[in-house]
Design a protein around this ligand. Structure first.
Ligand code: ZN
Length: 274
């Protein structure tokens, strides 16, 4: 399996140092949408999709005004998964499977660009995202328009195997696992990918900043605030973050953990100096 680490949506919130611990308080910070593109013997698989072509072209239809104000997305069409898949010489129809950490607007935005793909997601997440009569945070975080085309959903209940101490793990494709990490949303999961004798774990929005998994745990204040603002199950989120720290401490040689929005982690995987 060949793995590409893509950024499918740069965001530039103000608050520099308060967001990424770098620069001044008044500079813009850089956040990314870390997406995996897996080349397998039977087609392509995407892990998360970032923002899609329609989000970039008509942001007012799917990306809530308050969210755009806070996140300041770059809205660069060349960053969408579709355009990057094409730049690698593939077609949209080569993407047979999409595996989602969750359905927040900056993770499922690209679904419309791959309408024929099977979309693997936890049943809890699908239920909360598509529930009629959503209100409050749910209304803006889960824009219905991103799945109006009727994706080929493949939902998973959280009964399954154990993987490095995590329970309810399901294999959704050969060597690709859905790992329940509820908290940020009701059905948020990580996605583990076996590459040779090691694993990658895309931990989605289980944590926002690489320093949160370090022994001397640290996270810039604005990211701490944003995580708390968006969480729906605080105790589970905190407990799962602790389990991720233990995973890195005890099995860091076998599992490489990264999150969705940290540019430092993305660059480490793309082997570009931060
Ligand atoms: Zn996110």
């Amino acid at each position: 399996m060949k793995v590409h680490h893509l950024n499918c949506g740069t965001m530039r919130p103000v608050g520099g140092k308060l967001v990424t611990g770098k620069g001044s308080y008044f500079s813009t910070a850089e956040l990314v949408c870390h997406v995996l593109l897996l080349e397998t013997d039977d087609g392509l698989t995407l892990v998360d999709t970032g923002m899609g072509v329609d989000d970039v072209r008509r942001p007012a239809e799917t990306l809530a005004f308050a969210w755009r104000l806070m996140s300041r997305p770059a809205l660069d069409e060349a960053e969408t998964a579709l355009r990057q898949v094409e730049a690698l010489g593939f077609a949209a129809s080569d993407v047979r499977d999409v595996v989602l950490t969750h359905l927040d607007l900056d993770h499922g935005g690209g679904l419309r660009d791959f309408p024929r793909a099977r979309v693997h997601v936890s049943a809890e997440e699908l239920a909360s995202a598509t529930r009629p009569g959503k209100s409050g945070n749910d209304r803006f975080r889960y824009p219905d328009k991103q799945w109006q085309h009727g994706p080929r959903w493949v939902p998973y209940e959280t009964t399954g195997e154990t993987w490095f101490g995590f329970d309810g793990v399901r294999e959704v494709r050969p060597d690709v696992l859905l790992v329940p990490l509820f908290g940020h949303t009701h059905g948020h999961t990580g996605v583990a990918v076996r590459v040779g004798d090691r694993w990658l774990l895309h931990a989605g929005d289980s944590y926002f900043f690489h320093g949160e998994l370090e022994a001397e745990r640290h996270c810039p204040p604005l990211l701490t605030y944003m995580q708390k603002r968006m969480q729906v199950l605080p105790e589970l989120r905190v407990a799962n973050q602790e389990r991720l720290r233990e995973l890195v401490r005890d099995h860091g040689g076998a599992v490489d953990v990264f999150s969705a929005h940290d540019a430092t982690e993305l660059r480490r995987h793309q082997q570009v100096p931060a």
